[in-house]
Design a protein around this ligand. Structure first.
Ligand SMILES: *Cc1c(COP(=O)(O)O)cnc(C)c1O
Length: 373
């Protein structure tokens, strides 16, 4: 069994992918070819956002969003410690400081009630709080209504780290549409993945979109060798855009398939492990199906013996990472994240997981929980 089965998906669309890659080989515009504009339009239409700006990765998308908003040294950005390192790393890469606010134990997303504490902490540390980065962890939306209200009240920008969020919905509105900017990743194992690194920024703000497009190509101005700001080499390859166009065609169907898998897991695992909590009005894109158990290691050991892969996202919250030792934080500072990190694990999740496979995962977990020792 595979944790993420990209080959089943490829089998379904292989001829279309071949056709689109061949078109790139024919026209030879490997950088900023026609597939880029085609993909950006398709993404904007799918999500219902005004601007989609393809780029080199989710990390670069986050970094360019911060650059476009003018964030730098002396600024603090409030975010969750229970995420992939890239969320905070982007903040550090522009010279600003990540300030953490603990998560809601039920959703694993930043707890809106803890954001004010983060703002106070930043001020006490001599930093200027400038913004919030939410993460739609595992595909589940952050609590946008309360967070948007806090951002407005405190005059903070909001960036949605939707690197796992593509495919989810909050009160009928698709994820990747929140905040001043939303950033997503097309890393192969994400819900919508290409065959290499890739990402995108989304915004409804014309001015921010204009700046982000310039940042993506070395801060270009009106012509190629006119540089009006310091930017990066942040473009997506035409071939990756071609692949994403093929995959976007079947994405809606794949999200429905993920819902089917998640519903089956939840039905089979209720009361055996703590299954994912879905607040009213939220639809997860099911980037991951993650559960909690005090018997995590035992269950994972049993599944491994039976050839069922699992993963732990994330074993160590960011405030305890060596990379952030300089922040001077320690164990006990974000207890909800620490507790989740010690008990969470994720099951195989992809649109091509069959009922029999789901059942075998469920049965193996039942057996592991019941066994002695
Ligand atoms: C994957 C991921 C990123 C980074 O995306 P890359 O495309 O790998 O750079 C950032 N944030 C979160 C929450 C992610 O899951």
């Amino acid at each position: 069994m595979k944790f993420v089965d990209l080959s089943a998906q490829q089998g379904r669309i292989r001829s279309d992918i071949d056709r689109r890659i061949n078109a790139v080989l024919e026209h030879g515009q490997y950088i900023m070819g026609p597939e880029i504009a085609e993909l950006e339009k398709a993404l904007a239409d799918y999500l219902g956002v005004k601007h989609a700006i393809s780029c080199s990765s989710g990390t670069d998308a986050l970094m360019m969003a911060l650059m476009a908003l003018g964030i730098g040294p002396g600024d603090a950005v409030i975010t969750t410690p229970f995420t992939f390192i890239a969320t905070a790393e982007a903040v550090s890469l522009v010279g600003a400081t990540p300030v953490f606010a603990d998560i809601d134990p039920r959703t694993f997303n930043i707890d809106p009630a803890k954001i004010k504490g983060g703002i106070e902490y930043a001020k006490k540390s001599g930093l200027i709080p400038k913004g919030i980065i939410t993460v739609d962890l595992f595909g589940l939306p952050a609590e946008y209504e309360s967070i948007e209200a806090i951002a407005k009240e405190e005059s903070l920008f909001l960036i949605e780290d939707a690197c796992q969020g593509f495919g989810g919905e909050y009160r009928g509105k698709k994820l990747c549409g929140f905040g001043d900017f939303a950033a997503t990743s097309f890393f192969p194992a994400k819900p919508l993945g290409c065959y290499g690194d890739g990402g995108a920024l989304f915004t409804n703000d014309d001015k921010l979109a204009h700046i982000a497009k310039s940042l993506r190509i070395h801060g270009t101005g009106d012509s190629q060798y006119d540089n009006v700001r310091v930017g990066i080499n942040g473009r997506m390859d035409s071939i990756q855009a071609a692949i994403l166009l093929s995959k976007l065609d079947i994405f809606k169907d794949e999200v429905e398939a993920r819902h089917r898998v998640a519903a089956k897991y939840t039905e089979g695992l209720k009361g055996v492990v703590e299954t994912p909590f879905l607040p009213d009005g939220m639809r997860s894109g099911w980037a991951q199906y993650s559960v909690l158990s005090d018997k995590r290691d035992k269950i994972r050991g049993q599944l491994q013996k039976e050839g069922i892969p699992t993963a732990v996202y994330y074993p160590k919250p960011l405030h305890l990472q060596g990379a952030y030792a300089t922040l001077g934080l320690s164990k006990g500072d974000f207890p909800v994240s620490e507790n989740a990190a010690s008990r969470i694990f994720s099951l195989p999740m992809h649109p091509y997981l069959g009922d029999k496979e789901i059942e075998s995962v469920v049965k193996a977990i039942h057996r592991a929980v019941k066994s002695e020792g």
